[in-house]
Design a protein around this ligand. Structure first.
Ligand SMILES: [Zn+2]
Length: 239
């Protein structure tokens, strides 16, 4: 992304601030960034879906996601937390061992809004180092908690040498009462083409066992994406 694009993204992000996982403002912002900042939104090849999972690694649910991905022959990108990577290093290594791309979601799951640039930079770099050392990969992508991009996020990401990417479609799989079908329907509803799809392989910031619907949604999405001739892969193959 150009520096002008980054600055414009920062301005837009500030306007959309405080975007947690809820509220109509988030949807409007998601649509806005797809149109104005397609690269930040993860819009890539039109024949390709970049499948991404946030908030792991989790010792119970991440392996279930990995098994499902293996059934479909897919590889994905996992935006991991440094705190969870240190707690569950074996699960993180398993993500990498099975050929998936490891990326960074922060050291802790705290919004960057209202935090200093120094604090955020330390968080981002600490997460990059923990996740990199434990996984054996050099993470390329960063996605902030809640997708909330502050000026401090841009500083931290720049210092870390990673690329910032959010998402263009999501399953809202963190909410209570979701099923595989409802998560897949939400992905379809928010799809714009060339999507980066946000799902979660952990429930640490979601409704308890929300990953059951996430895992179930993959079966539904596999049928739909295959029928549309879409190829599924990690972000490294998306642009
Ligand atoms: Zn998250």
């Amino acid at each position: 992304m150009s520096s002008g694009g980054v600055a414009r993204g920062a301005a837009l992000a500030m306007g959309a601030a405080a975007v947690a996982h809820v509220g109509p403002g988030v949807v409007a912002w998601r649509r806005g960034r797809c149109a104005v900042l397609p690269r930040l939104a993860g819009i890539g090849r039109l024949d390709h879906v970049a499948l991404t999972f946030d908030d792991g690694p989790h010792p119970v649910s991440t392996p279930l996601v990995l098994d499902a991905l293996e059934r479909f022959g897919w590889h994905a990108t996992f935006f991991c937390l440094g705190s969870e990577a240190r707690r569950h290093p074996g699960t993180l290594r398993e993500i990498a061992r099975r050929g998936h791309e490891v990326a960074v979601h922060g050291d802790t799951h705290r919004s960057h809004l209202l935090r200093s640039a120094l604090d955020v930079s330390r968080d981002v770099i600490s997460a990059r180092d923990s996740i990199g050392e434990l996984s054996g990969q050099s993470p390329r992508w960063f996605r902030p908690p809640y997708g909330a991009v502050a000026a401090s996020t841009l500083v931290g990401v720049h210092r870390s040498g990673m690329d910032l990417v959010l998402w263009s479609a999501w399953g809202r799989d963190w909410r209570a009462g979701q099923t595989g079908l409802s998560v897949a329907d939400e992905v379809d509803r928010t799809s714009t083409g060339g999507d980066t799809v946000l799902l979660h392989d952990s429930d640490i910031t979601s409704t308890e066992r929300s990953w059951e619907a996430t895992v179930a949604s993959l079966e539904v999405l596999a049928r739909r994406w295959e029928a549309r001739g879409l190829v599924v892969g990690p972000l490294r193959e998306h642009f």
